[in-house]
Design a protein around this ligand. Structure first.
Ligand code: SF4
Length: 663
């Protein structure tokens, strides 16, 4: 004999929620009433009744001190209002899926639309939904109903959550054929089709099919009918005792499922009983090998969960606020929409979720998808921190002392001093700006991240510098830009690194201030004199790229030509005349004036601007001989010649006298 147990058997999460809520209220010592039986399982209802949970048929029967527990399939608006008017405490365990239908019916009817509920008109859920339709609602149960129910454009069509999809489709088809513009919402709870599909598959493989659950549960009945249509030896049992005398043979493959209102205890009891029968058979067969305990096997088929665990589950239901996920556990899991990282999930999607709580207090598993994303992001941040990687961030808001940046969706703080290489005056300028950051501090417990932009800039600068240093060769001439002037020289940027041109290396002549030779921003050629990588110093020379004055003096100052100069020094034997900065010539005393003079000062003084004739240039000896006397003579001769060859001006002709006009 083999046993096959349906993974989705027993309480759906809506029912589980209601039963858990009842347990909670009982534990608080409350007097509890329900409007009708809490769930469609007589054993559970009897057990609750034995502990004081009383089912009443109307709000008026509720004793004043009692708390009314609203069952999973909800009640109409009128019942809620009546309880409120009597001041009765209410604990609402209406399943969120059903509540959503109430909200749809309420909104549509308030807007003046008709409401059609496809389902069993006597079912408490259908009656509850109609109770939210402000008298505008009708139940449609049969094809005849669908053909005759009053309709209008904009009529809202919803489904009782547990009806078969085929029935809904068929009746909707008839409604649509009547030519109205209908607002059809498929509100069938997906836990039912999932359970039914699974049961049908097991029934196909089984010789005997056991459906466990209350006979008045429409959900259980449908499951039974569905399985019986496939497997003729299908039995419906409300309790384990009812499985005692079933026609079961040793060779049978037995499938077991249960309706949505069947408690775990009853289900397990049936599984245990089947397991016992199986073990007895084994004993009869005197098999020596230990066979598995099917009850234990059943437990084993259920996923074990713990908080923080990541599991993959299938989306089985979606409401306005929550997504219900089957993770293979005995209870379905709920993800709040705010905890979804992919909000466009659809039914049957497989999603990865993290278990937040195995029991949220209502019997459901609390799940989160966002926690996984956050954890992955956090792991990525920690990895980037440990590997000292650069991460991208976007400035979000300036706060006291710095900037908050978004790094992979996590808030990271950048102190103002670490925003830039230089002092930042307006932190606001970084809001909205994308930047490279280095994570410099992490507090895992507080989920705090501190980042630095400055560290990235410093690293970039260091890399640039290293690259620039690698290209530098002593003795080479490179281009540079004067960045800064000081009293001792000029700092020149030669492609990412600054070198110093000492004042003595600025020009061949003596220089007082560097500004006499270069200015900030000027592009110049410089020669690399010395590289000291350890001390991070580069010595440059500007003058080395300039020609020496004496090298070109022979070409520039041709004997016989007359040039201007300035007397800069007087010696007993003559006067020194500066032809250009750094290049002086000497006028011997005998050449200082046209006539003989006693001393040089008789002809010239320091500071005088003079015209001198180049007598000779000796670049080897660095000597230039000059003559003022000859320059004067040449100038005088030139003046005479100019006078001689000048064309005398014609005297101006006298203008004729104006004739007297005739009288
Ligand atoms: Fe809610 Fe679906 Fe269960 Fe009904 S069957 S109580 S709608 S989960």
């Amino acid at each position: 004999m083999n046993l096959e147990i349906a993974p989705h058997a027993g309480f759906c999460f809506g029912v589980r929620r209601a039963v858990t809520e009842a347990e909670r209220l009982l534990a608080e010592g409350r007097t509890i009433c329900t409007l009708g039986p809490l769930i469609h399982n007589p054993q559970v209802v009897a057990s609750l009744e034995a502990r004081g949970v009383r089912a009443v048929s109307s709000p008026d029967e509720v004793p004043p001190e009692a708390t009314v527990l609203i069952r999973a399939h909800g009640v109409g608006r009128g019942a809620i209002e009546r309880l409120a008017s009597r001041g009765i405490a209410v604990a609402d365990a209406t399943c969120p899926f059903v509540k959503r239908i109430h909200a749809l019916a309420d909104a549509a009817s308030q807007a003046g639309a008709r409401v059609v509920v496809i389902g069993d008109r006597e079912h408490p859920e259908t009656r509850g939904i109609l109770g939210w339709a402000h008298g505008m609602g009708r139940a449609v149960e049969t094809e005849e109903d669908a053909r005759t129910v009053p309709l209008a454009d904009g009529t809202l069509v919803v489904a009782q959550t547990t009806i078969p999809q085929t029935l809904f489709d068929r009746l909707c088809g008839i409604l649509q054929s009547r030519g109205f513009n209908l607002d059809i919402k498929n509100t069938i709870c997906q836990t039912t089709p999932v359970r039914q599909k699974e049961a049908a598959e097991i029934a196909r493989r089984s010789d005997v099919m056991l459906v466990i659950g209350g006979r008045n549960s429409s959900n259980t009945r449908r499951l039974y009918e569905l399985c019986r249509a496939i497997c003729p030896r299908t039995y419906l049992a409300e309790t384990a005792d009812e499985t005692k005398n079933l026609d079961i043979r040793p060779s049978d493959h037995i499938g077991i499922t249960a309706g949505a209102s069947t408690p775990d205890g009853t289900f397990k009891e049936v599984v245990t009983r089947m397991s016992d029968i199986k073990n007895q058979e084994q004993e009869v067969l005197q098999e020596t090998t230990a066979e598995p305990d099917f009850a234990a096997e059943y437990e084993k088929t259920l996923v074990q969960l713990r908080p923080g665990q990541t599991v993959t589950g299938k989306v089985v239901q979606i409401t306005d606020d929550e997504v219900c996920v089957n993770v293979g556990y005995k209870a379905d899991g709920l993800v709040k929409k705010s905890d979804l990282s992919t909000p466009d999930v659809k039914i049957d999607d497989e999603i990865e979720v993290e278990v937040v709580k195995v029991n949220d207090g209502e019997g459901n598993v609390l799940l989160s998808q966002r926690n996984i994303v956050n954890r992955k992001v956090w792991d990525a941040i920690v990895a980037a921190y440990e590997a000292e990687e650069i991460v991208k961030g976007v400035g979000k808001e300036s706060v006291k002392g710095g900037l908050i940046a978004d790094v992979m969706g996590i808030r990271a703080f950048i102190p103002a001093s670490l925003l830039s290489l230089r002092y930042v005056e307006k932190i606001d300028e970084f809001v909205g700006q994308e930047m490279d950051l280095k994570i410099i501090e992490i507090d895992k417990s507080k989920k705090r991240v501190v980042a630095s932009r400055k560290a990235v800039l410093q690293a970039e600068e260091a890399a640039k510098k290293a690259e620039a240093w690698d290209k530098l060769v002593e003795g080479e001439v490179v281009k540079g830009v004067v960045r800064r002037l000081t009293s001792f020289g000029a700092f020149v940027d030669i492609g990412g690194v600054d070198g110093l041109v000492h004042v003595s290396d600025l020009a061949w002549k003596r220089v007082g201030q560097p500004s006499e030779v270069v200015s900030v921003g000027q592009e110049i050629d410089v020669k690399i004199i010395k590289l000291d990588r350890e001390r991070d110093r580069i010595s440059l020379s500007y003058k080395a790229t300039q020609p020496k004055l004496w090298d070109i003096a022979g070409e520039k100052y041709i004997p016989g030509t007359i040039v201007n100069g300035k007397v800069v020094r007087i010696m007993p034997y003559g006067a020194f005349v500066e032809l250009e900065p750094g290049l002086d010539g000497m006028v011997h005393i005998s050449q200082c004036a046209p006539t003989r003079i006693e001393k040089v000062e008789d002809a010239v003084n320091v500071g005088d601007e003079v015209r001198v004739k180049i007598l000779s240039v000796d670049t080897e000896a660095k000597r230039i001989s000059l003559s003022i006397r000859e320059a004067l003579a040449d100038d005088a001769l030139a003046n005479v010649e100019a006078d001689e060859f000048a064309i005398p001006e014609e005297p101006a002709a006298e203008a004729p006298a104006a004739e007297e006009p005739e009288a």
